[in-house]
Design a protein around this ligand. Structure first.
Ligand SMILES: NC(=O)c1ccc[n+]([C@@H]2O[C@H](COP(=O)([O-])OP(=O)(O)OC[C@H]3O[C@@H](n4cnc5c(N)ncnc54)[C@H](OP(=O)(O)O)[C@@H]3O)[C@@H](O)[C@H]2O)c1
Length: 452
């Protein structure tokens, strides 16, 4: 057997993707499920950089079959109609298809499709955060059993490479903390509220008009989307399967322009942060609007951009920043995964990076999480009120870092309190007591305050 220049040799055997065959693999064939925003951009990128990708994989990468829901829809990429089907199983079960790329979204039927592909011994690439966060354990177990790859770089942070750095480059570190702006829609809304003084509904309508928010924005504004993403990152970082009910979740619907103004005058911007941390074997997971100091690297992440800060015990603090959504940036991550899966096929090295997550992680109750908080309240504008409220805080062990009286209409005044670090349980107890004081008219939802 003649050795081609550059081909790896293991134990005297030449690897061409199939050790049992002397014939080098000259093509890796892709079957795609979904040809929407991301699917179309993936095909466009594979076509545009065809030669570069061939060079990098070592053989051609060809999309041979694509499943869609509506066969007659107009699309930005024009395919030979014989490649299209509205039956996903025709793609998955096509014997020529080596890698199945799932770009449909949602849990069903995507889960059935992915499991069938794995059952047939095919590697899978997906961008589906909801599927991974809800059924990832079963999918990755099945993939391990079959020795195939499941790649999902695009599921978190769109075009930002974050999964592979965590799985590979940072694997020697004990990860202490991950803090991210993982949802572009809410970051866009909060940016418009901060920069231009819009209220939440106006900023949301504008995001919808610009295509940054869905007609039903629940997943984004109620923070389900960043919850799925932090679950995926935490599982890789800490090595435990993450049940979604272990994650505290709070969206941004209640944020008012006044919160943003007060935050700004105190030196903060409001961001929807997703946070995962591990202390003393306990994993802390939360997603909520947060006051971020203007000097913090995440404070300047604006519009629909995403960013993730990771702290490792050896590497220190790293920040990843870029476009967290959109066809082209997301296609960058999907094609990266396709190339990696194709290389593994060529070298017969599938299943190199199996899931190593364990069950049974210990999760911190949100009540035990310690943070600083900012609370806005409207109170009677008369002597002794501040002392009364401060007394309730003190009785619950909540110590006050600062208090600012903002405006008075002669009868009531708006007061903003910032606490020192305190367990959430103590804060809740104090706010219950304060709400029942006769001098207190209303107490706003507390906002978490991130350290510098
Ligand atoms: N869009 C982003 O910026 C972004 C970023 C990161 C990750 N993602 C993830 O990428 C995935 C795809 O998102 P997308 O924005 O591209 O969605 P999309 O534009 O809604 O496209 C979904 C595609 O799936 C097809 N489809 C739906 N049900 C199907 C079925 N049962 N069988 C075959 N095809 C089916 C649709 O067909 P028709 O076209 O015929 O209706 C459409 O082509 C999701 O998991 C999403 O979370 C998206």
């Amino acid at each position: 057997m003649k050795r081609r220049a550059g081909s790896p040799v293991v134990e005297g055997k030449q690897l061409h993707g199939n050790v049992n065959s002397d014939k080098p693999r000259d093509v890796v064939r892709i079957g795609m499920l979904g040809l929407g925003t991301v699917g179309s951009a993936v095909i466009a990128l594979l076509w545009r950089n065809r030669e570069l990708i061939q060079l990098r994989v070592g053989c051609a990468v060809e999309v041979v079959k694509v499943a869609v829901k509506h066969l007659d829809k107009e699309r930005p990429v024009i395919l030979d109609p014989r490649m299209l089907t509205d039956n996903a199983y025709e793609v998955i079960e096509d014997e020529s298809v080596d890698i199945v790329v799932e770009l449909i979204g949602g849990v069903e039927p995507a889960y059935e499709y992915v499991m069938r592909a794995i059952e047939l011994g095919k590697s899978v690439v997906t961008a589906n955060k909801e599927l991974l966060a809800k059924r990832g354990g079963e999918i990755l177990d099945a993939a391990k059993g079959k020795g195939v790859d499941v790649y999902f770089e695009a599921s978190v942070g769109g075009g930002i490479p974050i999964i592979m750095p965590l799985k590979q480059s940072l694997v020697g570190n004990r990860i202490k903390r991950i803090v991210g702006i993982l949802n572009g829609t809410t970051n866009y809304i909060l940016t418009r509220m901060t920069r231009d003084g819009l209220d939440f509904s106006t900023a949301l309508s504008e995001a919808q008009a610009k295509g940054f928010a869905e007609a039903d924005p629940t997943d984004d504004v109620d923070a389900f989307d960043p919850m799925y993403k932090i679950a995926i990152l935490a599982a890789i970082a800490f090595g435990y399967r993450i049940p979604l009910d272990a994650i505290y979740r709070e969206g941004i619907r209640h944020i008012e322009p006044a919160d943003i103004d007060y935050a700004s005058s105190l030196g903060y911007v409001i961001k929807l942060l997703a946070i995962a941390a591990e202390h003393d074997g306990l994993i802390e997971l939360r997603v909520h609007p947060t006051l971020v100091p203007k000097t913090h690297p995440l404070a300047s992440v604006s519009d629909n951009y995403n960013a993730v800060v990771i702290e490792g015990d050896s590497v220190g603090r790293l920040m990843f920043y870029g476009q967290g959504a959109g066809g082209a940036p997301t296609a960058s991550a999907v094609v990266g995964d396709i190339v990696d899966a194709a290389r593994n096929l060529r070298l017969d090295a599938k299943g190199r990076l199996p899931c190593v997550c364990r069950l049974g992680g210990m999760f911190k109750s949100i009540d035990d999480v310690v943070s600083r908080f900012c609370i806005r309240m409207r109170v009677a504008d008369k002597p002794g009120v501040l002392a009364k409220i401060a007394g309730v805080f003190g009785a619950e062990g909540v110590s006050i870092a600062s208090v600012v009286q903002r405006e008075s209409d002669g009868k009531t005044a708006e007061i903003v309190w910032i606490t020192h670090a305190t367990p959430y349980r103590s804060l809740r107890g104090a706010l219950e007591g304060i709400s029942s004081l006769d001098v207190v008219q209303s107490v706003g939802k507390p906002l978490w305050v991130e350290a510098d």
